[in-house]
Design a protein around this ligand. Structure first.
Ligand code: ASP
Length: 301
């Protein structure tokens, strides 16, 4: 049994989030003792979505209209998977993604359709805006003001208005259970200054999140580049022939060659773990059977 979680990559220092990662990993590890890998990654990601310091669920980055659009996906190694993109006013997008996986014939629902589906499943409306959302939006407005592309100025004016009325790092997990079933889950509020409707890699099976025969992978970082390179799927497939860390390193090197700054957590069918990034710093925690408590990125610094 093994569970790994991440709380995104950071350009400079990782903020104080080790406690959140440890908690998510601990809850995931407890679930792994009794249930399946997919239950462990969902619950671990929910803990991270609920933490306002992380860019998923509560605390998600607002887009340039000041709205929060979240995306998430979940996958099992039998290739069942589901995702939601640009969903609004939901506490735990990862659980709606699981609903898509288990209760529809589709792999991805977006926007209003995703919200309608969540409503039909009984998810209550929830406001994920926090103080940090407001600060982030203010900063985005300042940056957008200097942007030469006139499209950004269109959004800028609307974002300013939205800011007046507001009251007030992407996460992921991979796990392997007692019977060697593997699962991956990834959830995000997107990136700073994203245009409304922008969707990154996180809800896309095979790109930001993947579980298959050889392993499970959750990505973080520059979503557009991760999509173009199809990284989660590549790293997972490479684990057929090499260990998890080598597969992650290879993915990071490929991304670096294309100037895509990103990070990944992975585990293979053999039960090894791989964690890597090719710029900034990646925040993570992991637990495997035999360990008293999870280890975080802080313990290995
Ligand atoms: N990959 C996410 C996205 O592009 C962002 C992140 O991982 O920080 O939406």
């Amino acid at each position: 049994m093994l569970i790994v979680v991440h709380g995104g990559i950071y350009v400079e220092e990782i903020p104080e989030i080790a406690d959140a990662l440890k908690k998510a990993c601990l809850i995931g590890s407890e679930i792994l003792q009794k249930k399946e890998a997919v239950d462990a990654v969902e619950e671990a990601v929910k803990v991270l979505e609920d933490d306002p310091r992380l860019d998923a669920g509560t605390g998600s980055y607002p887009n340039l209209l000041g709205e929060i659009e979240m995306s998430a996906s979940i996958m099992k190694d039998d290739l069942s998977g589901g995702g939601v993109a640009a969903i609004k006013n939901i506490k735990n997008p990862i659980s709606v993604a699981r609903g898509v996986m288990e209760q529809t014939k589709h792999v991805l629902l977006v926007g209003e359709g995703a919200n309608l589906f969540a409503k039909l499943l009984g998810f209550e409306p929830y406001n994920p805006v926090t103080e940090l959302t407001v600060t982030t939006l203010r900063k985005a407005i300042e940056i957008a003001a200097e942007e030469k592309n006139s499209i950004y100025h269109y959004y800028l004016e609307r974002a300013r208005l939205r800011l007046q009325s507001l009251e007030l790092g992407t996460v992921g997990s991979v796990a392997i259970d007692r019977t060697r079933r593997k699962a991956a889950a990834t959830s995000t509020g997107g990136i700073e200054m994203q245009l409304p409707g922008r969707v990154g890699d996180s809800p896309l099976i095979g790109l930001g999140n993947f579980a298959g025969e050889w392993g499970a992978v959750s990505m973080t970082g520059a979503g557009e580049g991760i999509i173009k390179l199809g990284l989660a799927r590549k790293i997972a497939d490479w684990m057929e022939a090499c260990d998890a860390q080598s597969a992650v390193d290879r993915g990071m090197a490929l991304a670096k060659k294309h100037k895509v700054v990103c990070g990944a957590i992975a585990l293979s069918y053999r039960g090894e773990m791989g964690i890597g990034n090719n710029g900034g710093k990646i925040s993570y925690a992991y637990w495997r059977d035999g360990m008293k408590e999870p280890c975080t990125y802080k313990d290995s610094q």
